[in-house]
Design a protein around this ligand. Structure first.
Ligand code: KIV
Length: 283
């Protein structure tokens, strides 16, 4: 069994210091967590992307703390070697420090070993309070999906000088506040390189090019389970949607033709009991 990933070990994983890039994948249930862990991921993110790839919503704004706690508990029950990071839903860390702590505690009690939250400077008081309460925090800047309405869509961020300098400043502030790692989403590759060079905690990119200290993708995208959209930054390693539809169609055809269930997929009475009941012939 692989060695258990811990927050201090993840925090020390800078590629510039000779570390291998970190691997993070999302998972939302026990079978998914087992697959991700068996594949050797360093971190499992119980992402609020569950809203879009599992629950059928158009954005991530619909999930609640109870939803993420429910999925985090399913992942944590598998006791993975990977570190379990629970995503804080929209509005669970925006209202007050007290509210943030209470919501994060619910996710930790569900099995999260760290929480992730989106945003920069405006979230610093919440980040500091969580770290004071010894709840490890992963930051998330750049294209922050919970800001979809404020951003006017899921748009690449950090395209002009001012925006780039703001991203670098936010990364430094989050690292200084005590975040143990930082997700960089939807930013140009050279911006991700600048941010990565400017902080001593690992950056984990998604749509941020190869210069980050690690990469994260969504489980359903990697496996080709979710096929509605294919963002440029996704690489599909399987087409499980097609494989699954073929398998399910095979079942439907066998049921309709009477080929399922067969002899070996049925239970049988003993001959003695069948005789006593007056049942004759095969079955
Ligand atoms: O919810 C999620 O899956 C995420 C990743 C895309 C980083 O936040």
């Amino acid at each position: 069994m692989a060695q258990k990933s811990t927050v201090p070990v993840i925090r020390s994983r800078k590629v510039a210091d000779g570390a291998d890039p970190l691997v993070m994948l999302t998972a939302y249930d026990a079978p998914g967590a087992r697959m991700v862990d068996e594949a050797g991921a360093d971190l499992i993110l119980v992402g609020d992307s569950v809203a879009m790839v599992v629950l059928g919503y158009e954005d991530t704004l619909q999930v609640t703390v109870a939803d993420i706690a429910h999925h985090t508990a399913a992942v944590a029950r598998t006791r993975p070697s990977a570190l379990v990071v629970a995503d804080m839903p929209w509005m669970s860390y925006h209202v007050s420090v007290e509210d943030t702590l209470r919501n994060a505690a619910e996710l930790v009690r569900a099995g999260g070993q760290a929480v992730k939250l989106e945003g920069g400077r405006q979230r610093l008081p919440m980040v500091e309070a969580l770290i004071d309460a010894e709840i490890p925090v992963m930051g998330h800047i750049g294209l922050t999906p919970q800001s979809v309405n404020a951003m006017g869509g899921f748009k690449v961020q950090g395209r002009d000088t001012q925006a780039v300098l703001k991203l670098v400043a936010e990364a430094k502030a989050l690292a200084h506040a005590g975040c143990f790692a930082l997700v960089l989403e939807g930013v140009p590759d050279r911006v991700a390189a600048m941010v990565t060079d400017s902080v001593d905690i690992p950056t984990i990119g998604i749509g941020a090019g190869p210069a980050c200290d690690g990469q994260v993708l969504v489980f359903h995208d990697v496996l080709g389970i979710e096929r509605r959209i294919l963002p440029r930054f996704v690489r599909r390693y399987a087409d499980l949607h097609t494989t699954a539809v073929e398998a399910l169609s095979g079942f439907a055809a066998d049921v309709r033709s009477g080929a399922f269930p067969g002899e070996h997929e049925s239970y049988h009475l003993s001959d003695d009991v069948a005789d006593e009941l007056g049942l004759c012939g095969a079955a």
